[in-house]
Design a binder for this molecule. Structure first.
Ligand code: UT7
Length: 329
């Protein structure tokens, strides 16, 4: 018998129906399909339309699909970790709102804010609750309604982001499957390059902050790119070295989907062929906390029991991290 580990036992996802194409963006800002495709790899992204819809509405169908697949009821969930940068409200936590909407009456929960690294941080945190023996069923959700904080007059950001959500269920495993290791990092001095300037305690909402368009995501793309390309690759290489993995041992790299060029650089550094790299950025863009769980959901049928999978992410903060797991089913 192996030590107690946290295994992913089900994944699911949800992407809203509306497709925002590069061609549609050409009508909104000074950009073009060729520039977006070659610089980012993105062709289209999904947008959650409708008054009164929020990030939790992306999570409800994702989680209900997961529960049905696993054959369990929402009442069996012990803990919900909701990784998001676009909570329904500053408080209460979207984890609480989700629990109410799906009927997870016995769960406690909280939101985890680590921008695009959120889902990796969330899986590592959720795994610790399983490894400690404290909980049996931990639901880790990663989702964002990025369209709620995107300025569709800013070509530096509006071409990148989209809406979407995915989730994973963690359960105890003593057969050697599940989360083996993680490397998690942050550096708050990077906050000036990727942020939302107003709406927090530093700059509460005023007419002035609204006029200055400070309630939208801001990114200094070139600087973030430089940090992302180095750090995401470093942390993916570090987790391989720490666990004595060579490229042939890795079945899949599941990277955060921010830019196809960053993904390619990470895969090159790991020595991994393109066929082993999970990429859906062309269809969803950057869904922030949603990218990695959406990838897991879409590739679920290709994963085999025992596959070594490496997750890697980089995001605002700066935050970055990698996680190594053995697929359990
Ligand atoms: O997920 C969280 C972490 N985020 C990331 O990892 C994102 C990292 N950054 C990036 O992916 C890239 O920096 C971007 C995709 C955001 C931008 O690509 P870039 O190759 O760094 O472009 P750039 O900002 O250096 O701009 C190059 C040129 C500029 O024109 P000049 O000065 O060379 O004449 C820009 O004005 O492209 C211009 N440009 C655009 N042109 C058409 C910038 N945005 C656009 C646009 N359409 N949307």
């Amino acid at each position: 018998m192996h030590k107690l580990q946290a295994a992913i036992t089900a994944v699911h996802g949800y992407a809203p129906d509306y497709i925002l194409t590069n061609h549609e963006l050409e009508a909104l800002v000074d950009t073009n399909d060729e520039w977006i495709t070659t610089r980012t790899g993105i062709k289209e992204r999904r947008i959650l339309k409708g008054e009164g819809t929020a990030t939790s509405d992306l999570a409800v169908p994702a989680v209900n699909g997961l529960l049905e697949k696993r054959g369990i009821s929402a009442e069996e969930i012990d803990l919900i970790i909701f990784c998001t940068t676009t909570p329904d409200m500053p408080f209460p936590a979207t984890a609480n709102i989700l629990a109410d909407k799906i009927g997870a009456k016995n769960a406690w929960g909280y939101d985890l804010q680590a921008a695009c690294s959120g889902f990796v941080f969330g899986l590592a945190t959720g795994a610790a609750f399983i490894e400690s023996g404290k909980h049996q069923k931990v639901l880790v959700v990663g989702g964002d309604k990025m369209s709620s904080i995107i300025d569709y007059q800013d070509r530096a950001t509006c071409i990148i982001f989209g809406d979407g959500c995915g989730c994973a269920l963690l359960e105890p495993n003593t057969e050697g499957y599940g989360v083996i290791d993680s490397v998690l990092k942050s550096d708050g001095s990077g906050r000036e390059f990727l942020n939302m300037k107003a709406g927090g305690s530093l700059r509460p909402a005023t007419h002035q902050t609204i006029d200055a368009r400070e309630h939208y995501a801001f990114q200094e793309g070139k600087t973030v790119f430089k940090f992302a390309v180095t750090n995401m690759a470093n942390v993916a290489a570090e987790i391989m070295e720490r666990n004595n993995l060579v490229a042939n041992d890795v079945a899949w790299l599941v990277p955060h989907q921010a830019n196809k060029r960053i993904i390619d650089a990470t895969a090159n550094r790991m020595g991994i062929n393109e066929e082993k790299v999970v990429i859906n950025i062309e269809r969803y863009g950057n869904t922030t906390n949603g990218t990695i769980p959406l990838c897991l959901w879409e590739w679920e049928s290709k994963f085999k029991k025992g596959d070594n999978i490496v997750l890697a992410a980089f995001g605002g903060g700066f935050t970055w991290g990698s996680l190594y797991l053995k697929w359990a089913y």
